[in-house]
Ligand binder design. Sequence first.
Ligand code: CMC
Length: 428
Amino acid sequence: MPDTLTITDNRTGKSYEVPIKDGVIKAPDLRQIKAGPDDAGLATYDPAFMNSAACRSRITYIDGDKGILEYRGYPIEQLAEHSTYLETAYLIMFGELPTTAQLASWTKEITFHTMLHENIKKLMEGFQYDAHPMGVFLSTVGAFSTFYPDAKNIFDDASRKKQIHRLIAKVPTIAAYAFRHSIGRPYVYPDNELSFVGNFLNMLFKMTELKYQVNPVLERALDVLFILHADHEQNCSTTAMRVIGSSHGDPYSAMAGAAAALYGPLHGGANEAVLRMLVEIGNVNNVPAFIKRVKGGEGRLMGFGHRVYKSYDPRAKVIKQTADAVFEVTGKNPLLEIALELERIALQDEYFVSRKLYPNVDFYSGLIYQAMGFPVEMFPVLFAIPRTSGWIAQWEEMLLDPDQKIARPKQVYVGAKRRDFVPRDQRG
Ligand code: CMC
């Protein structure tokens, strides 16, 4: 059987055969299908990219029906159990798990790039005390492009590596400074003796003590959450990263755009929205009425549903286990009861079942973050820190892919036909 598709255009009666490779046809192959000499050729209409692949990728695999997520072929559950975020970031970037020597050198490179230029600190001080940390985060990442003009050498392998190290290393520092700024505390400089996550917790929570004691359970829990968030193939923010990067600007500018895409409540802002929703519900007894309102079209059940997963999000499963470990240390988050009841009812309700709406990664992550002492505004930032590795791996893959060009979708023009300009005093 040939791997081709035969299309008959009923407007002309002509038939065309187009090749199928890896389960897709190439949209430009449709251009030969024309209704007449003036026809520009057939295209597909796919707002929100519901069924269009924009790249070939070797980084992350998702089977949404089966609830499978793999980075470079490794199941997320195994990485969450055995790996660390830094090791996973290496895997995502370079395609293989590092050897002991490779991991040591990678860790050293990242550790040596955690400091921020003092002028970045001054820049961040300029924000209002109540500035949303995600706004501070994405602005600061964008500002990096002015501090590291060498980043424009995007086709220089060594320069790209340097920006990769800088980005992965510096995002926790930006996030911690944004947090300290919002509560009026002095910034804490990175401590190279600590792990990636330990250092982050130190920069967030250290007060006057000489050495901040990192709780190993919380350190591991945050590391697992970082692993779970490291990449998720062609989601909204990654697509933004690739699209912006396709015009060959520097990676900081592209990542500022990716972070901006992540900020929205339908994407990385959902964890924040979940917490606000749980607070609004306030009590388990109010859950049925809330579900009724959602079903009636009044808002969404935040943390539920996914474009790709049509069964339980595998990340949510791991998070639920992580939550138990965290609550043993911090005490149970009182909102957990409401979340569990929402999940229990929704998983039995025809509205959610028929639409295949299951808890996603954001449903429980916020409860953990809150129990660990993070204000809700920090939640999207906690998503952005690990997603940095996914964004830059996808950006680099796009740059080096000979199939890629500057992104430029088509449109179907349905506006006014050509007409002549009307002087202002003659307009109706
Ligand atoms: N609550 C209630 N109804 C929902 C929800 C929800 N959370 N999600 C989808 N639906 C309904 C929607 O109203 C529609 O119903 P109908 O067919 O009657 O019009 C149907 O389910 C399909 O929804 P959709 O909006 O066409 O689906 P989508 O693939 O465009 O949207 C989504 C995916 C994640 C944006 C959406 O499910 C949603 O808004 N969820 C809440 C926000 C959220 O939790 N986002 C985090 C996503 S996971 C982390 C990340 O990737 O950032």
